[in-house]
Structures are given as structure tokens and as C-alpha cells.
Design a protein around this ligand. Structure first.
Ligand code: URA
Length: 434
């Protein structure tokens, strides 16, 4: 087999056979197919696409490029959730302890934030001492002890994805549905799960801004995941404004704790419960989504979900007292209110500029190697549909330094909000379920 022939065939719109795709992925790791040939192939795939059989073969080969974790020694159906990412998207820290408290083991391997979107690992690391870099033995142990484990991608899990994602990032070949499908599913299916709930975001702050693209990605991931023998459910959800009211890292952890205490914003609570309910049904502990919802709410009201969060924090080296005392989380030194320019109704609180503002303040990273500041971010006091008086704060910017970055963040925030005469119809957060 010669890589150049396979690249040429794909370039001309032909298809690759599963053994050819397996050979290419093995060649990536062994060095037999060098990076320059893979980048040409990635560009050919971006233009020509892949059919379902090719995408499934790519996903399976990437999944098997490392260890496919065996969790059979842990009883119960293991279920995870993946979100395509957004601003203020922190449901993992709420639904994972809820599902675990309801009897569904949740082995969760998450990512870091990039650009205007946040990442679960960065939020977790704002908890003093919390370690996301467990090895596979630690991963299994914490899952067995707590029913939930929250780590970052290890070098053993889907190493081909790590290599390919870096190549795609540097060659403008990220935006391809078969490549995104294989990238996301190869990592998730290597975790040792039986089922997966997908939260595919659409709107201004989402990776897939257009609903049609989000639907196509959701359909592709459902088809390929099911083809590989996993139970998959996808919700398509709106990301036009931030989810909840906190954007950053420590502030988002605090908001999650409040939801687990039975407080917290309705939109964040409702989406977290909707996703957790799907996990309970896939996990076989509830017969219907209605029954699952009741179990989820009960785990909040009886304190068991919050207790799970406390336990997993402690098991992963973090300070469990944060759950009872939010002042132990990092705090910013500078608070700057952003007043409404007029009286009226908020008609827009766009997620993308608010996410960019948080990144500029230091809550996120422009490049994968950048460091972050866990204390900074944005706290929204008003969201779409809320009434506001002239001069009343729309949000508070949480910063640690004056200077050009804060000025640029404030300019982003100013472009994010619109206040009009109303009334405003706030559409349902969940657009579809596949
Ligand atoms: N997230 C991933 O993990 N992979 C992609 O290709 C895109 C988003």
C-alpha cells in the first residue's frame, strides 16, 4: 500500500477501504506515513468528505490506536456525556455527580478550553489541589470508589487523535464532520463506556454556529457511535447566550455547587437535569426520562449529588471544603460593573464576545500552550428577556489587573449586550433530540 495512491484517490473523490484506513492510522503512529502525507490526506477529506463506513473505520482505528480501557470490573453500565463546547457550559460538573448519586458510573475524560469556549479541566483545576492527571489505575480506582472520575486525556487514550488534532489545527482542517466525529468519538469510546449522551451546541457561541451543521454533526456522531455498538443520544441545544450566569473557572465551579445545593440558575439546572436524565435511562437505572428527572431532582434535594461532588474532589486530591465554603476558591482583586446604557429589556447577551472577554481577562487561552487565571471571568446579572433600568449593571467583569486586556474585554462585553423595548421571546434551550 502506498499513501500517495490513497491520497490521490481521496483527492479525486474516491473512497478508502477500512483496511486502508487502519493502515494509514497505524502508519501515523509508526512513522511509516509521515505527517506531510497525513496533512494532504486531511485536506482531501475536508474537501471530499467520507461516507459512514469510512468514518466508522477511521473512528475505530483512532480509538484502537491506544488503550481501550476495560471497566468491566466496575458494576453497572458506564455512561459519559460530551458537549461540543460553549460559553458558561459547565453541565459536566453538575450532571456527573447527579448521575453517580443515582447509581450510574461516570468515567469522564474531558478537555481544556480553547478560544472563546471553556473547558471542564480548567474549571476543575480552580479547586485547590484538584488533580486531573491520574493514570489509568487511578482512573479505575476513583471510579470504583466514587462512581465518578474526572480526568484529562492520558497518553494511553486515542494517541492518534492527539497527533491528528495538532495537524488539523495547524492546517485549517478542523471543520470537517467526519474528522470531528472520529476525533470526539475515538476518545470517548476508548474510555470504556457503554453509552454516551451528546450535547451538540448551535448558535453564536458554538463551534457549529448553524443549526443545519449542528444537526449534521449530531447525526454523524449518533450513526457512527451506534455502528460501533454504543448507545448514543444527542440533544441539540442553543448557545446564543452563556449558559447560567457565570463565565470563567472558579465562578463556574461556584455556580455548579449552587445548582447541586438546589439553588443556581434555571437554564443551567434544567439542561444539566435533561442531560443527566438521558444518562440515567442509558445507564438502566430509570425506565423513562420522566422517572429519571425525578431521581435527579431527589439527588439534589437529599444532598447525595453534592456529597458525590465532595467525595470525588477529595479522591482526586482537591480540597473538599470548597463545596461548603465557596470563599476557598480563587477570587479576583478587581470587580468592574458594566451598566446598561438605557432602560428596557435585554434582547441579546451574545455568547461569543462574552467568551472572548473572559479569555482576554485570562480565563481561557488563545493558544493551547497558554496558562490561565482561575479567578477571573464575567458574572451576568441580566440575560435575554430580563428587564433592566438605565445604569443598572448588566454584568460584572472579574479581573486581576488594569490595562489593555481589561479594556479590550470591556469592549467585547459592550458589543455583546443589546437592550431594546421588548418584548422578547426566549426560545427553548433544547432544539432537538436524536
Ligand atoms: N473537539 C474534538 O475533540 N475534536 C474535534 O475535531 C473538534 C472538537
Amino acid at each position: 500500500m502506498r499513501a500517495v495512491d490513497l491520497i490521490r484517490r481521496k483527492r479525486e473523490g474516491g473512497r478508502l477501504e477500512p483496511p486502508e484506513i487502519r493502515w494509514l492510522v497505524q502508519g501515523l503512529l509508526s512513522g511509516e506515513v509521515p505527517d506531510y502525507q497525513w496533512t494532504a490526506l486531511l485536506m482531501a477529506v475536508l474537501w471530499r468528505g467520507m461516507d459512514a463506513e469510512e468514518t466508522e473505520a477511521l473512528t475505530a482505528s483512532m480509538m484502537r490506536s491506544g488503550e481501550v480501557v476495560d471497566l468491566s470490573m466496575i458494576p453497572g453500565r458506564k455512561i459519559d456525556k460530551h458537549s461540543t463546547g460553549g460559553v458558561g457550559d459547565k453541565t459536566s460538573l453538575i450532571l456527573a455527580p447527579i448521575a453517580a448519586a443515582c447509581g450510574v458510573p461516570v468515567p469522564m475524560v474531558s478537555g481544556r478550553g480553547l478560544g472563546h469556549t471553556g473547558g471542564t479541566l480548567d474549571k476543575l483545576e480552580s479547586i485547590p489541589g484538584f488533580r486531573i492527571d491520574l493514570d489509568l489505575a487511578g482512573y479505575r480506582r476513583v471510579l470504583a470508589d466514587c462512581g465518578v472520575v474526572l480526568i484529562g486525556q492520558t497518553s494511553e487514550i486515542a494517541p492518534a487523535d492527539k497527533r491528528l488534532y495538532a495537524l488539523r489545527d495547524a492546517t485549517a482542517t478542523v471543520e470537517s464532520i467526519p474528522l470531528i466525529t472520529a476525533s470526539i468519538l475515538s476518545k470517548k469510546l476508548a474510555e470504556g463506556i457503554d453509552g454516551l449522551v451528546l450535547d451538540v451546541k448551535t448558535g453564536d457561541g458554538a463551534f457549529m454556529e448553524r443549526l443545519d451543521d449542528a444537526r449534521a454533526l449530531a447525526e454523524s456522531m449518533c450513526r457512527i457511535g451506534r455502528g460501533l455498538g454504543k448507545e448514543i443520544v444527542a440533544l441539540i441545544t442553543r448557545m446564543d447566550q452563556p449558559l447560567g450566569r457565570a463565565v470563567g473557572n472558579a465562578v463556574e465551579v461556584a455556580e455548579c455547587v449552587r445548582v447541586l445545593r438546589g439553588e443556581g440558575p434555571d437554564d443551567l439546572r434544567d439542561l444539566s437535569i435533561a442531560l443527566a436524565s438521558e444518562m440515567l435511562v442509558l445507564g438502566g437505572v430509570a425506565a423513562s426520562r420522566e422517572e429519571a428527572r425525578e431521581l435527579c431532582f431527589r439527588s439534589i434535594s437529599n444532598g447525595l449529588a453534592l456529597d458525590r461532588f465532595r467525595r470525588v474532589i477529595e479522591a482526586q486530591g482537591g480540597d473538599p471544603r470548597v463545596v461548603d465554603d465557596l470563599t476557598l476558591l480563587p477570587v479576583p482583586t478587581l470587580l468592574r460593573d458594566v451598566p446598561s446604557p438605557r432602560k428596557g429589556v435585554v434582547t441579546a447577551a451574545r455568547a461569543r464576545p462574552i467568551g472572548r472577554a473572559a479569555m482576554l481577562l485570562g480565563a481561557g487561552r488563545a493558544r493551547a500552550e497558554d496558562g490561565i487565571d482561575h479567578a477571573v471571568g464575567v458574572l451576568l446579572h441580566k440575560k435575554v428577556g430580563d428587564r433592566v433600568a438605565e445604569g443598572e449593571p448588566l454584568c460584572t467583569v472579574l479581573a486581576n489587573a488594569e490595562g489593555p486586556a481589561l479594556d479590550r474585554a470591556l469592549a467585547e462585553i459592550a458589543s455583546a449586550f443589546e437592550v431594546g423595548d421588548g418584548p422578547v421571546v426566549v426560545p427553548d434551550l433544547i432544539v432537538d433530540r436524536l
